[in-house]
Ligand binder design. Structure first.
Ligand code: C5P
Length: 404
């Protein structure tokens, strides 16, 4: 989607096995539209060659502060001044320790020290053995670097190149990419606790069959991601979908509407914004058989009786927190016709300040959508775009509606 169009990233590599992931990261940054200038420490060059990084970034790599290619011979000043962000991945334990002390004995540390702190953010993706990561010296350094204004990304957990298992692996390239994109997003939901329901629900008929619908969960997941990028604490309550959890979002998987209601009510107590995108099954079988319902040879289909499911959105919108304005509720409506009239009626029925209409059959499972925002004053459209783009626009719109 070219999410980093127009951004110039200085990608710094320090010594570590995770340098192999920096190659993929570089490629991912370029694919998202960024220009990338790679700067490598001498140690990094033991793990991956400048040739690889030059080929992937399309620019000669810098490694020495004595590089005469710069007319003024001040690569450490010029490179940092051009950047929208400096991203060090991998950031070794040694590099972080040197950064902390303001050391400036190679190009990378010199450039970090010389960066204009007010406009060039420095992000670090640490990578090291689990004992090194857990060591009080490293943890102290991380805390100090954060208070010095660096953004220290999380580390991953799992198998390490040394054969041990634990915390300290560098995040995967796509995770670092997502964190960088989130970093650049306007923080319109800072301080908000956002709760999103997404996907279909599944209502069991018997242990092997059930009633569900074609909701893919993509819109809700995109909204959860956009809310996280906007600075909110986000919890996603997901029906049965096969989508990966957006980075930084807490996820609760549920199956039936009643499970979703329970999870939602528990979390609504502290939420400030509730966005109900889930396509909750309106009805469930009155009883779910304990064992698989068998054909009995009579040719008669079993009689199923349905009862109505609780309306999660209407229940939450009637909570004292919602009525007092402490919890802002947004509903969705997937319609097949008369979108405006149906969305208006639904908004009134569910008593929510904002209802977002879309044409269900045209969007279920698709990567794009078009939205109609209906509030007390009228309706406005978000024209057809990817769910990712729409989610961002919707979050920006909702942020403007929240009490200051
Ligand atoms: O009534 P309808 O299903 O058309 O309303 C859609 C909106 O209400 C969506 O926001 C959906 O998540 C929510 N909803 C709900 N619980 C239900 C049915 C719908 O939260 N049982």
């Amino acid at each position: 989607m070219n999410e980093l169009n127009g951004k110039h990233i200085v990608l710094g590599l320090t010594g570590g096995i995770a340098c192999y992931k920096a190659a993929e990261l570089c490629r991912a940054l370029v694919k998202e539209g960024a220009t990338v200038q790679v700067v490598m420490s001498a140690a990094a060059e033991h793990f991956i060659t400048p040739v690889t990084m030059q080929a992937l970034s399309g620019r000669p790599v810098y490694g020495s502060q004595w590089d005469a290619r710069e007319a003024n011979n001040m690569a450490h000043i010029n490179l940092g001044r051009e950047a929208d962000a400096i991203l060090i991945a991998p950031a070794s334990a040694d590099f972080m320790a040197r950064l902390l002390h303001g050391r400036a004995d190679d190009l990378l540390s010199l450039m970090c020290l010389a960066r204009p702190m007010d406009r060039v953010p420095l992000l670090l993706a640490p990578a090291m053995n689990r004992e090194m990561w857990a060591h009080p010296a490293t943890q102290r350094n991380v805390a100090q670097l954060r208070s010095d204004g660096c953004t220290v990304l999380d580390v991953g957990s799992g198998d390490q190149a040394c054969g041990e298992t634990g915390d300290g692996r560098m995040l995967e390239a796509h995770e670092i990419l997502d964190d960088l994109i989130a970093y650049f997003s306007p923080k319109t939901l800072l301080g908000q606790q956002v709760l999103v329901t997404a996907g279909p629900t599944y209502e069991a008929i018997d242990p092997v069959r059930g009633v569900t619908n074609l909701s893919s969960g993509k819109m809700g997941f995109a909204i959860a991601r956009a809310a996280h990028e906007a600075g909110a604490q986000v919890t996603l309550i997901a029906g049965p979908v096969g989508l990966p959890t957006p980075r930084g979002v807490a996820r609760h998987d549920v199956r039936s509407a009643r499970d979703m209601l329970d999870a939602t009510l528990a979390l609504a107590a502290s939420a400030t914004l509730f966005i109900a995108t889930a396509a909750v099954a309106d009805w469930r079988p009155a009883r779910s058989a304990e064992h698989k319902i068998k054909k009995d040879g009579s040719g008669q289909a079993p009689q199923l009786h349905f009862i109505e499911n609780p309306d999660i959105l209407a229940t939450v919108a009637a909570l004292p927190r919602a009525l007092s304005g402490a919890l802002f509720c947004v509903g969705f409506a997937a319609e097949s016709q008369d979108l405006l009239a149906n969305a208006q009626a639904k908004r009134a029925r569910k008593k929510v300040p904002l209802l977002v209409g879309n044409i269900g059959p045209a969007t279920f499972g698709q990567d794009d959508n078009a939205l109609l925002l209906v509030d007390a004053h009228g309706a406005s459209e978000l024209s057809r775009a990817s769910k990712r783009v729409l989610a961002r626009q919707l979050i920006a719109d909702i942020a403007r509606r929240l009490p200051a």
